[in-house]
Design a protein around this ligand. Structure first.
Ligand code: COA
Ligand code: AMP
Length: 628
């Protein structure tokens, strides 16, 4: 447990009454090379935490546990039903592997501040590469394996990495997906050419190597271990690109010290996980949940983390999460609601659960998308443990709202991720920034400064940071989510108010998909909206207007358009439905009425906006939107 004891209310109040004192106290859970004497460096609208502190993230995650005599404790368990592999790394083994891989990177000239792109499946080497960067003070940028070469190229050009670390293939269910050709294609597309690529060869699809490709195993065999490099608390640990409203993703920057302190606080106080406990976070290292709760947070506190390579369902069955929890004695499972909906679909009565002993499981944590009450009740009845919904964003690095199990478990209200965590001063405002009455819907904003762990800015783009998050309401961070706060202070997050959608817990930009569709020569204009889906939460639907004179088979055209999105963004975009329509409804100023379209598609009773130019166009589209 951390130093803050008491009730939720007293802890939260202390964090807003004196944020510097609160977080300097929390900072004691981290090992510093130079302990911070100051909490916050405020240069509005920019803020940074622990400005005079120095530390190394990797040393906090690994070395300090080995040095304290816990080198034999399990640090990381790799469980891969798709390759029938299970492997455990102790803290000492993981520290040594990471130190050697850091030696490989150092040998390639990677130094503090250099960027390294990591494009890998869910194998331990992904975490090893991340921690090795942290050891050197280099900045990693992990790109989710489901993104296509075009998306990878955009990130390479923005991050300008010295080295890329990748693997020969990923495995999705029964499919082996060669990664190396995708990487080669991305480098060809990118203007920036990284000097070297380190490739982990996997036996399922061995990659053909080029002159700039280095074999992971060979390089590690001859590498000298590298020591942790002390960095400033404010030094960047990573860049994680996330979808914004356009095709150009936002490079969310994460600092080192603030992030370490916030994560350590959450492990004790939110997740109730400490040294020797096992946490099973079923996500992907390519997402923020993977960065925070597969890699850094469990290791910072000396717990055991699990890298699970597989899906909740399919290979071999929908009982895999239960198997992993029981075999490895996990105290908590953390995943996205969509995973539970997928399990429920395959095994509605939870029969497979009966095959396993889950007596060690204390909590289920869910995040990444709205937890619908039906899924909440199903999971809660099935598992008989607290089901804790919590709300956060790539930008925030950890939960904005949650139920702090380690402090005090508050009564659960299905549909709400409970209350703000320390440092998050959450408000609901109307379009002009005025607070709305209790219980009414509005935009969710947070008063600045944000607590440690939240993004200090966007990589190389202070202007976009200010414009995207800080310029709408002075002194407040705009979340992009809409919702309300009830009379008990519970926050309800109802969904995005911008063009970001959430498909199977994956954050995607409809703007990016529109850019892909618009690149087809037959398309005059298009719109992509996210519509409700019982399994994935939301799925994208596309609507295209063809150029005059285009006379093509609609089926053929649809197939081409779906292929373009898959090729440009990746399979993860999951755009499967495209309708060819005569026109799109617009406002008088020419803005496509995406929100109205979305409401109609979701079966809501959408009023016709007063700004609409041509009601007939909207009326003609209604049956298509409703699939009548
Ligand atoms: N590498 C390559 N391709 C990938 C990939 C990866 N890492 N991840 C997904 N894909 C591909 C899938 O194979 C699929 O391809 P297909 O169209 O050829 O079948 C496509 O992208 C869509 O994937 P997804 O949206 O994940 O759908 P799915 O049907 O394969 O799986 C779920 C659905 C719900 C089981 C899965 O999304 C899931 O487990 N999600 C919950 C956990 C999670 O990751 N949350 C993230 C934030 S916490
Ligand atoms: P990401 O940046 O991928 O983590 O996605 C962040 C977005 O996912 C948020 O802005 C929300 O729209 C949504 N989200 C995440 N967690 C929750 C939750 N518990 N409840 C509702 N929405 C959520």
């Amino acid at each position: 447990m951390s130093a803050e004891v008491g009730t939720y209310e007293s802890v939260w109040q202390a964090s807003v009454d004196d944020p510097e004192a609160f977080w300097l106290e929390a900072a004691k859970a981290v090992d510093w090379v130079t302990a911070p004497t100051r909490g916050l460096d405020a240069r509005p609208p920019f803020y940074s935490w622990f400005p005079d502190g120095q530390l190394n993230m990797c040393a906090n995650a690994l070395d300090r546990h080995v040095d304290a005599g816990n080198g034999d404790r399990a640090a990381l368990i790799y469980d891969s039903p798709v390759t029938s592999t299970k492997r455990t790394y102790t803290y000492a083994q993981l520290r040594d592997e990471v130190a050697r891989f850091a030696g490989v990177l150092a040998g390639l000239g990677v130094v503090r501040g250099d960027r390294v792109v990591i494009y890998m499946p869910m194998v331990p080497e992904a975490a090893i590469a991340m921690l090795a960067c942290a050891r050197l003070g280099a900045v990693h940028s992990v790109v989710f394996g489901g993104f296509a070469p075009h998306e990878l190229a955009i990130r390479i050009d923005d991050a300008t990495p010295k080295v890329i670390v990748s693997a020969s293939c990923g495995i999705e269910g029964k499919k082996v997906l060669p990664y190396k050709p995708l990487l080669d294609q991305a480098i060809e597309l990118a203007a920036h050419k990284p000097e070297k690529r380190v490739i982990l060869q996997r036996p399922q699809a061995v990659a053909e190597m080029g002159p700039d490709d280095i074999d992971w195993a060979e390089a590690v065999a001859s590498a000298e271990p590298a020591a942790p490099v002390p960095v400033a608390s404010t030094d960047p640990l990573y860049i994680l690109y996330t979808s914004g409203t356009t095709g150009m993703p936002k490079g969310v920057l994460r600092d080192t010290g603030g992030y370490a302190v916030a994560l350590a606080w959450t492990m004790a106080n939110l997740y109730d996980i400490g040294p020797g406990d096992t946490m099973f976070t079923a996500s992907d290292v390519g997402w923020v949940v993977g960065h925070s709760y597969i890699v850094y947070a469990p290791l910072i506190v000396g717990a055991t983390t699990i890298i699970y390579e597989g899906k909740p369902v399919g290979t071999p069955d929908a009982g895999q999460f239960w198997r992993v929890i029981s075999e490895h004695g996990a105290k908590a499972l953390f995943t996205a609601p969509t995973a539970f909906r997928a399990i429920k679909k395959e095994d509605p009565k939870g029969a497979l659960l009966g095959e396993y002993d889950l007596s060690g499981m204390r909590y289920l944590f869910l995040a990444g998308e709205r937890l619908d009450p039906e899924t909440y009740h199903w999971a809660s009845d099935l598992l008989g443990v607290p089901v804790i919904d919590h709300w956060w964003q790539t930008e925030t690095g950890w939960a904005i709202c949650a139920n702090p199990a380690g402090v005090e478990l508050l009564p659960i209200k299905p549909g709400s991720p409970t209350k703000p965590m320390p440092g998050w001063d959450v408000r609901i405002v109307d379009g002009s920034g005025q607070p709305v009455p209790t219980g009414e819907d509005g935009a969710i904003v947070m008063k600045l400064p944000l607590p440690p762990g939240a993004l200090p800015t966007l990589y190389n783009d202070d202007e976009r940071y200010v414009q995207s998050y800080l310029s709408t309401f002075d002194g407040f961070y705009l979340t992009g989510d809409g919702g309300r706060i009830d009379e008990d202070g519970y926050v309800y997050v109802m969904g995005r108010t911008d063009d970001v959608i959430n498909v199977a817990g994956h954050r995607l930009s409809t703007g990016g998909m529109e850019e892909a569709l618009a690149s087809h020569p037959a398309v005059a204009e298009c719109a992509v909206i996210g519509v409700a889906d019982t399994m994935k939460g939301q799925v994208p639907r596309g609507f295209v207007v063809l150029k005059a004179g285009v006379d093509r088979s609609e089926d053929e055209l649809r197939a081409e358009l779906i292929a373009i999105v898959r090729e440009r963004i990746g399979a993860v975009a999951a755009l499967r439905e495209i309708a060819v329509v005569p026109a799109l409804p617009k406002t008088r100023s020419g803005k496509i009425l995406r929100k109205t379209m979305r409401g109609i598609a979701d079966g809501l009773d959408e009023p016709v906006p007063s700004t609409i130019d041509d009601v007939a166009v909207l009326d003609a589209l209604r049956p298509v939107l409703r699939k009548e």
